[in-house]
Design a protein around this ligand. Structure first.
Ligand SMILES: Cc1ncc(COP(=O)(O)O)c(C=O)c1O
Length: 394
């Protein structure tokens, strides 16, 4: 590699990889083992005294996990990254490393349903209170800070309405009050958006989505500075949410193509959003790349691309939704997102079904809202598929 800092894709491909000294394999092997043995007692003592000196048990570390973690450090611009067995394992382990009974968290209201459930229903059982603030303004989060606030948490863009938060502003608020800021960057990825460089302390991803990218693994990532990540690592040892080596390897393979996939997701997102916005059967489109998005200027200032997630409201009632979804040939009716294949789901019946109708109304999630995760298929094929399905609504 050249002495200057390599580009995103060069890091995605090469960081963390080394030629196998035994076989010359250029691909990092899957070290499918839970345990590592020692040639003598001194070696065992050395590794137990300092875990960074070797391996002994995969819940602590494993060469395959370490290889993908080094790659993530480089592409996320972090000092340390850790992989987890799911996005929720990443989130819960990181939060538990930051709070104790009696502490308080400030979080934006528009967050992934599983995170919302953890904050609203699980943490209070352990004496941690969470204020969930309905806002897209960083300043409103600051108003809820108390002397015992230990974390400021948010997502941008949010799920499913693609609302944005001023990331640098949240970073400044955290620094001013000496409170760690923690952001879920799953929707944008580090290719489109660089929260650590914008002053955010900890960044997580559901690696199940764009990082893995092929809908064939469940995984999570947390990355940040050495000090906070030391705490997250202790938490991972205790809660044990490490991925198995096979999943870590699949994640590593996915990350190698992140840039080329994200560029296609970005293009498909923009083209499909523009198409839907003009379609007579569509009431409203939510996509930060559209000029009609109320925070388009903020999006332009903090995102390199606007991603592959587009939400929209189909004109008409439930019958229309059923007819439309039943007529799609390429876009698959399924939850999740970020894979190479296009997926579509109605949030009111899936990701946000636990909210009462009035809570959904308050959150702006209508029954006719659909969330589309655009894959990397040819954009014209996706547009034709959506068009024929919209035209099939009677
Ligand atoms: C934004 C976001 N964060 C976190 C998660 C949780 O990730 P996982 O399903 O990998 O546990 C999801 C899952 O859909 C998500 O969409």
């Amino acid at each position: 590699m050249s002495p200057k800092d390599p580009g995103f894709s060069t890091k995605s491909v090469h960081s963390g990889e080394k030629l196998c000294p035994v076989t010359g394999s250029i691909i990092t092997p899957i070290y499918q083992t839970s345990i590592f043995g020692f040639p003598d007692l001194d070696s065992l003592k050395r590794v137990f005294a300092d875990h960074s000196k070797g391996y002994f048990y995969t819940r602590y570390s494993n060469p395959t996990l370490e290889a993908i973690e080094k790659k993530l450090v480089d592409i996320m611009g972090a000092q340390k990254a850790l992989v987890f067995s799911s996005g929720m394992a990443a989130l819960t382990s990181a939060i538990m490393s930051l709070v104790c009974s009696g502490d308080h968290i400030v979080s934006a209201f528009d967050i992934y349903g599983g995170t919302f459930n953890f904050f609203a229903n699980v943490l209070p059982r352990y004496g941690v209170t969470v204020d969930l603030i309905e806002t897209t303004e960083a300043g409103r989060l600051a108003e809820s800070i108390r002397p015992n606030t230990k974390v400021i948490f948010f997502e941008s863009p949010t799920n499913p309405l693609l609302k944005l938060m001023d990331i640098a502003e949240v970073g400044k608020i955290g620094k001013k009050h000496g409170i760690p800021t923690f952001m879920d960057n799953t929707f944008a990825t580090s290719f489109n958006q660089r929260p650590i460089e914008m002053g955010i302390d900890l960044v997580m991803h559901s690696a199940t989505k764009y990082l893995g990218g092929h809908s064939d693994l469940i995984g999570g990532v947390v990355a940040g500075g050495e000090e906070l990540m030391g705490r997250v690592m202790s938490s991972r040892y205790v809660f044990g949410g490490v991925p198995d080596p096979q999943s870590a390897w699949l994640l590593m393979r996915g990350v190698k193509t992140l840039k080329v996939r994200m560029e296609t997701h970005n293009q498909n997102g923009m083209k499909v959003a523009q198409f839907l916005e003009k379609h007579p059967r569509i009431d409203r489109v939510y996509y930060p790349g559209l000029r009609s998005h109320p925070q388009h200027e903020l999006g332009k200032s903090q995102m390199k691309g606007f991603g592959g997630m587009v939400s929209f409201e189909v004109e008409g009632a439930n019958d229309a939704l059923g007819q439309f979804l039943g007529s799609l040939r390429i876009c698959q009716l399924a939850v999740s997102l970020g894979g190479i294949e296009s997926l579509i789901c109605p949030p009111a019946l899936t990701t946000h079904r636990r909210l009462s109708p009035s809570e959904r109304m308050r959150a702006g999630i209508k029954d006719n809202l659909l969330r589309l995760s655009l894959g990397i298929e040819d954009s014209q094929d996706l547009i034709d598929d959506l068009d024929q399905a919209l035209n099939s609504i009677s």
